[in-house]
Ligand binder design. Structure first.
Ligand SMILES: *[C@@H]1O[C@H](CO)[C@@H](O)[C@H](O)[C@H]1NC(C)=O
Ligand SMILES: *[C@@H]1O[C@H](CO)[C@@H](O)[C@H](O)[C@H]1NC(C)=O
Length: 385
């Protein structure tokens, strides 16, 4: 072929290229949300921790919002394995975008969830109180009930613990050895800080700015809740979060809500008012979802989770297409991690967006077997108009 032809072809393809860009004016990116469930309280933790980085690499989305990476060591392990692909990352433990301080850099300021004073308080005040009020025996039947008992009857003593220590205990309360291992300062392993809200944002595109915000600043929470707000190149504002789970008992002692449905509504209100006038993409475990009684398959029959709250997202103008596009449970009865108890199907993980985007089909992802988590992920390609 002559060089003239090459030139013609180059010009033609350039024209086609610029034509496409000008006509559609769209840049499309794939986003994923995934609750990793990385607490020793959820089955198969060590093996899931080991298998997750490869799955995140294979996921190959532009942006991933990961929930429930609670421990610094787990986060360090994951970031080391995936940062070749996701060069940009951020969590509340990061000192700046893509900068996760390693043990050697933290040498002079080592941290664990519970510090030495916490351990003293725990043994001499909290545990004796919980024991004398009859909360300790409940631990075997229902850790959540035990936590509720202790927090409601020994609130005064709980206030002496640091927030990270309290959260760490709540997250690992089902197993004493893992609690001690994960939360307590061990002389040689002062390097396992708690990522209190459990959030991590991974991105292939440049993260231009990122901040973490608590939903209830200045309050001490048993389970810390908040959101990462990031500006991502070509995508705009991305919010990564994990809204409160609807536990049957309410165990926050420093907030004024009567139950978790109310607390979750207050968290929603924080997001909806803060981003009211901005296009944004919200990736999260929303811990709410609609009831679906009849569907084309068993795994699309869903039990509602605080369905009134899900309606409030829709009423707030958020677009979510997963239920029509795919609709399979993300928290599923047949996930072998739930072997030991009855667990209804629900969809509580979503990609939601508000503003001038066009979305391609959303689909379930990260649902390999054996499972990576007690949740499956949701993936969607969004185009900014
Ligand atoms: C932290 O310390 C533990 C125990 O010494 C070690 O196994 C782990 O690799 C360390 N983590 C990091 C990120 O250095
Ligand atoms: C939601 O997004 C889809 C896909 O882009 C679009 O077809 C639909 O009209 C949108 N719905 C609303 C209510 O904005």
């Amino acid at each position: 072929m002559s060089s003239y032809c090459h030139l013609v072809r180059a010009v033609v393809s350039l024209c086609v290229l610029s034509h496409v860009v000008m006509v559609s004016g769209q840049i499309c990116r794939t986003v994923t949300t995934f609750n990793a469930g990385l607490t020793p309280a959820i089955d198969d933790y060590p093996s899931r921790l080991k298998r997750q980085p490869a799955a995140l690499l294979k996921e190959d989305a532009d942006v991933i919002c990961v929930q429930e990476y609670w421990f610094e060591n787990d986060l360090a392990h994951m970031l080391k394995a995936v940062s070749s692909k996701y060069a940009y990352h951020f969590s509340p433990l990061h000192t700046s975008i893509s900068y996760f301080p390693t043990l050697s850099r933290k040498y002079f300021f080592p941290e664990t969830a519970c510090n030495f004073a916490d351990v003293v308080h725990l043994y001499w005040r909290v545990l004796p109180c919980a024991r004398s009020r009859g909360c300790v025996p409940l631990l075997l039947q229902s850790p959540i009930e035990a936590m509720y008992c202790a927090v409601s009857k020994c609130a005064y003593f709980f206030k002496t613990l640091s927030e990270d220590c309290l959260s760490c205990i709540s997250l690992t309360a089902t197993s004493l050895p893992s609690l001690i291992d994960a939360c307590k300062p061990v002389y040689y392993a002062y390097n396992n800080s708690l990522n209190g809200p459990g959030l991590v944002l991974l991105s292939k595109q440049e993260i231009l700015s990122a901040e973490y915000h608590d939903f209830f600043p200045g309050r001490e929470l048993t389970l810390q809740r908040g959101f990462i707000e990031a500006e991502i190149k070509d995508l705009g504002t991305v919010v990564c979060s994990h809204f409160s789970a609807i536990f049957p008992y309410y165990f926050e002692y420093d907030l004024d809500f009567a139950n978790y449905v109310q607390q979750q509504q207050a968290e929603m209100a924080v997001i909806q008012s803060r981003f009211q006038s901005r296009d944004h993409i919200l990736l999260a475990d929303f811990n709410t979802g609609p009831q679906v009684e009849t569907a084309s398959s068993e795994d699309r029959v869903l039990k509602g989770k605080a369905p009134q709250n899900f309606q409030m997202w829709i009423a707030g103008g958020y677009n979510v297409t997963y239920l029509e596009d795919d609709g399979r449970c993300t928290s599923c009865r047949d996930n072998p991690i739930f072997d030991n108890y009855i667990h209804p199907n629900s969809v509580i993980d979503y990609v939601m967006f508000k503003g001038d985007y066009t979305a391609q089909k959303a689909e379930r992802t990260l649902d390999e077997s054996p499972p990576l988590s007690d949740h499956y992920g949701v993936r969607q390609t969004l185009c900014k108009n």
